[in-house]
Design a protein around this ligand. Structure first.
Ligand code: ADP
Ligand code: MG
Length: 252
């Protein structure tokens, strides 16, 4: 059975892209067929997995705006089971271009349904906003993973995110679930990180993944080499924790 998971948080820099790439690569290396969908105009997942944007013929923009078949936008990565629908800067116009279009919230859902049967997991890397691209992602998804950075303002903005999730559940996608909440960039040297973990666990309870992603310099280096941690440094702590997370995701 295949599952579409949106990786979302309207805050930037919380680990959405790092999680999309490395959870995707870890699931693929465990034998799952995975499709990454980059729906952030910054295209960090696209470049982070080694796609040269100059080589992109069709991107997610063409799929949701120009009705290109998603099969014609899917590209290979250096991991056999891991494919990607890339994003380019072209997507920056989509928020505005979608406004006057018919069924603008369900475009991604309709497209991904054409290829859903080909994959075990489709991971959507969302932009840092609660705009129409994120609403498309939440409408297309079976569930969401919310990465939360272990820092002082960790919970700030979460009520807006959860409110958006509820609105989508009410009007567009009644079966949308919270897959899990992922604590990221944990620094064991500070008390603050531990406080944040406690606070987030109090709020989300059993939804919080056992796996906590620590700060790991190899995770931050890998994208500039166009690689996931799985190929960049499979023996690093970063690779180990994303593999643990992949096993947790598979186990539910
Ligand atoms: P988002 O997609 O939510 O904006 P990113 O995944 O791009 O966040 O992460 C923001 C920055 O932090 C990036 O430079 C990334 O390489 C770095 N980063 C993310 N997770 C970690 C981690 N666990 N350890 C070290 N650096 C990280
Ligand atoms: Mg990102």
């Amino acid at each position: 059975m295949s599952k579409i998971i949106a990786i979302t948080n309207q805050k930037g820099g919380v680990g959405k892209t790092t999680t999309s790439v490395n959870l995707g690569a870890s699931l693929a290396s465990l034998g799952k067929k995975v499709l990454l969908v980059d729906i952030d105009p910054q295209g960090n997942t696209t470049s982070g997995i080694g796609i040269n944007k100059a080589d992109v013929t069709n991107c997610i923009y063409d799929v949701i705006i120009n009705d290109i078949h998603p099969k014609d936008a899917i590209m290979d990565t250096n991991i056999p089971n891991l494919k990607i629908i890339p994003a380019t800067i072209q997507l920056a116009g989509a928020e505005i271009e979608l406004v006057p279009t018919i069924s603008r919230e369900v475009r991604l859902k309709k497209s991904l349904h054409l290829v859903k049967h080909m994959y075990d997991y489709i991971l959507i890397d969302c932009p840092p906003s609660l705009g129409i691209l994120t609403v498309n992602s939440l409408t297309a998804a079976d569930s969401v993973i919310i990465p939360i950075q272990c820092e002082y303002y960790a919970l700030e903005g979460l009520s807006q995110l959860l409110n958006t999730v509820r609105l989508v559940q009410k009007h567009l996608n009644t079966s949308l679930q919270i897959e899990g909440v992922l604590l990221t960039m944990f620094d064991a040297r500070t008390n603050l990180g531990i406080q944040v973990i406690e606070e987030v666990k109090k709020y989300f309870q059993q939804k919080v993944y056992q796996t906590i992603i620590p700060r790991n310099v190899r995770l931050s280096e890998a994208p500039s080499h166009g690689q996931s941690i799985v190929t960049y440094d499979p023996r690093s702590k970063g690779a180990e924790v994303y593999m643990e997370l992949a096993k947790e995701v598979i186990s539910v």
